[in-house]
Ligand binder design. Structure first.
Ligand code: SAM
Ligand code: SF4
Length: 471
C-alpha cells in the first residue's frame, strides 16, 4: 500500500532497524535485549536513550532476536499503516516467545502511549507497555514483568527531557548523530497524533545539549542533527541564567568546532525567525538546509489543518530563506487528500511545490488518527483512490523537481562530508554536501576515510544523487 513516499531512501530503509552496539562486546550481561525502532528520527534517538538506561542496569544488546531475553519494539502512531506494521511484527514474535519461556516483550513509544492498557488486552504476548516519557522506569517494569505481572507506565511528563542521559549510539556510520533538544509538541495540527502521544513541549537544558555534541565531536563524529518536532520554538530558561533561544543554541553548537557540521529538524514555517537565518549565514558549519513542511498549498486546507499560516505566508518564508541563502536546500512534508480537499486545493499544493522548488519531500496520503481534532471535527471524505492518485501526482512532481535541482549543480564544486562507501560500489565514497544532497564519487588513490571532508566537482546526476570527482 502506498501511503508514505520518500526519495530519501535511507530513512525508509531504517524502519524496523535493530539496534546493537554491543554485538562485538565480550562483557557478560545479566540479560540480553533486542530493540527494533519505527517512525521518525526522534524515535530512533529515543531508542538510544533506552539502550543507555538498560545498559546501565546490566542489560546488553543483541541483534539476534532468538538470543534475546527481552524484545522491545519502539513504535510509531503517525499513520494507520505504521501501526499495522508494528502489529504484524508483534505477531512474528509470537513464535520466538513460544520457543523461549520467560522471554518478555515490551512495546515502547507513541503506540504504547496511544493504546495504553488496551495493548495488553489486544496483544496477549505483550508484557510491558511504556510511553515516551517513562523510559527511566523501564528496569523496574522489567522486574515487575519478570514476577509475572503485566507492567505499564504511560505517564506523560511536563519536565522529562532525559538531559542527563548519554545516549548509546547506534553504530551505523560513526559520523552523524541525532541529538534531541526538546520533546513533545504544543501545536495542535488537526491531523496529528503527536501532541497526544508525546505530550507538552519542553526544551532540554542548553548546556547538556552542547556537552553531548562536544562529546560526539571528540569521539570522531562530524555532524549532529538537532531534533525536535518544532525546533524553532526551543526556549530554555534556567534560574538566574540568560534565556537560550534556538538561534543562540545553534550558535553554541556551531562554536564547538568549524569541523562539526550542524543540522536541525523540523522547522515549523510559523516559527523560523530571521535570527536563525542570520546565525546560519554567520557560521559556515551550520548546513544550508531547512526542512520546512508545507503539508498543503491551499490556505483553506491549511486553516482546517490548524497550521496557523497561509499559502502567502509560506511563500514569503521561502523568499526570505532564499534572500539570506540563495543556495539553501529546502525540503518538505506533504499530505494529500485531507478532509474536503478539492482538485483546486490539490492543484495549489502542486503549484506551491513548484514555487518552493523542494529538493526532496516526505509525501503521505491523509490517514485519520483516533482522538485528533480532525477525527472529531471533520469527515474523512476523500476516497482512498483519489488520495492515492493525488499522492502519485505529488510524488511525480517531486521527482522532477529533485532532478531539476540536481541538474543545477552540474559543474559546481561542493565540500562533502564522507559518511561511508557507496552502496553500489565499494570503490566509491558516499557523502553529503551542506544542502544535504547525496554525493557519490570514486575513491581514487587519495588517502581518505569516513568523517573526512573533501571537495568534489559534480559531473553528472540522477534524481537522488550527485555524481562527481575529487578536485
Ligand atoms: N513536527 C513536524 C512538523 O510539524 O512538520 C512533523 C511531525 S510528523 C512526525 C511528520 C509528518 O507526518 C508530518 O509533517 C505530516 O506530513 C505527516 N503526518 C502527520 N500526521 C499525519 C496523518 N494523520 N496522515 C498523514 N500524514 C501525517
Ligand atoms: Fe504534529 Fe503539527 Fe506538532 Fe508537527 S507541529 S508534531 S505536525 S502537531
Amino acid at each position: 500500500m502506498l501511503d508514505y513516499v520518500s526519495d530519501k531512501v535511507q530513512d525508509e530503509a531504517r524502519q524496523g532497524e535493530a539496534f546493537a552496539p554491543f554485538t562485538q562486546d565480550q562483557n557478560s550481561y545479566k540479560k540480553r535485549f533486542y530493540i527494533e525502532s519505527y517512525g521518525c528520527a526522534m524515535n530512533f534517538a529515543d531508542s538510544e536513550v533506552v539502550a543507555a538506561i538498560l545498559y546501565k542496569e546490566g542489560f546488553g544488546a543483541t541483534k539476534n532476536v532468538d538470543e534475546a531475553d527481552l524484545i522491545f519494539i519502539n513504535t510509531c502512531s503517525i499513520r494507520e499503516k505504521a501501526e499495522q506494521t508494528v502489529r504484524k511484527r508483534l505477531s512474528d514474535f509470537k513464535k520466538t516467545k513460544a520457543q523461549k519461556p520467560g522471554m518478555l516483550v515490551g512495546v515502547l513509544g507513541c503506540m504504547a502511549e496511544r493504546l495504553k492498557t488496551k495493548f495488553l488486552e489486544e496483544e496477549k504476548l505483550v508484557d510491558i507497555v511504556v510511553g515516551p516519557d517513562a523510559y527511566r522506569t523501564l528496569p523496574a517494569l522489567v522486574t515487575e514483568a519478570e514476577g509475572g505481572q503485566k507492567a505499564v507506565n504511560v505517564l506523560l511528563s511536563r519536565e522529562e527531557t532525559y538531559a542527563d542521559i548519554s545516549p548509546v549510539r547506534l553504530d551505523s556510520n560513526g559520523v552523524s548523530a541525532f541529538v534531541s533538544i526538546m520533546r513533545g509538541c504544543n501545536n495542535m495540527c488537526s491531523f496529528c497524533v503527536v501532541p497526544f502521544t508525546r505530550g507538552r513541549e519542553r526544551s532540554r537544558e542548553a548546556e547538556s545539549i552542547v556537552n553531548e555534541c562536544r562529546n560526539l565531536f571528540e569521539q570522531g563524529y562530524r555532524e549532529v542533527t538537532l531534533l525536535g518536532q518544532n525546533v524553532d520554538s526551543y526556549y530554555y530558561a534556567a534560574d538566574n541564567q540568560p534565556t537560550v533561544t534556538f538561534a543562540m543554541l545553534l550558535e553554541k553548537v556551531a562554536l564547538i568546532s568549524p569541523l562539526l557540521r550542524v543540522r536541525f529538524s523540523t522547522s515549523h514555517p510559523k516559527d523560523i525567525t530571521d535570527d536563525v537565518l542570520h546565525t546560519m549565514v554567520k557560521y559556515e558549519n551550520i548546513c544550508n538546509n531547512i526542512h520546512l513542511p508545507v503539508q498543503s498549498g491551499s490556505s483553506r486546507i491549511l486553516q482546517l489543518m490548524n497550521r496557523t499560516y497561509t499559502r502567502e505566508w509560506y511563500k514569503a518564508k521561502v523568499d526570505r530563506i532564499r534572500e539570506f541563502m540563495p543556495n539553501c536546500g529546502i525540503s518538505s512534508d506533504i499530505i494529500t487528500g485531507f478532509c474536503t480537499e478539492t482538485e483546486e486545493d490539490h492543484a495549489e499544493t502542486l503549484s506551491i511545490m513548484e514555487y518552493s522548488k523542494y529538493d526532496y519531500s516526505y509525501m503521505f496520503f491523509y490517514s485519520e488518527r483516533p482522538g485528533t481534532l480532525a477525527e472529531r471535527r471533520y469527515d474523512d471524505d476523500i476516497p482512498l483512490e483519489v488520495k492515492k492518485r493525488r499522492l502519485q501526482e505529488v510524488v511525480d512532481l517531486q521527482g522532477r523537481l529533485s532532478h531539476e535541482s540536481n541538474k543545477k549543480e552540474l559543474g559546481k564544486t561542493f565540500t562533502v562530508l564522507i559518511d561511508g562507501d557507496s552502496k553500489k560500489d565499494e570503490t566509491e565514497w558516499k557523502g553529503r554536501n551542506s544542502q544535504n544532497k547525496v554525493v557519490v564519487f570514486p575513491k581514487g588513490d587519495h588517502n581518505l576515510k569516513k568523517g573526512d571532508y573533501v571537495d568534489v566537482e559534480v559531473l553528472d546526476c540522477t534524481q537522488a544523487t550527485l555524481l562527481g570527482k575529487i578536485v
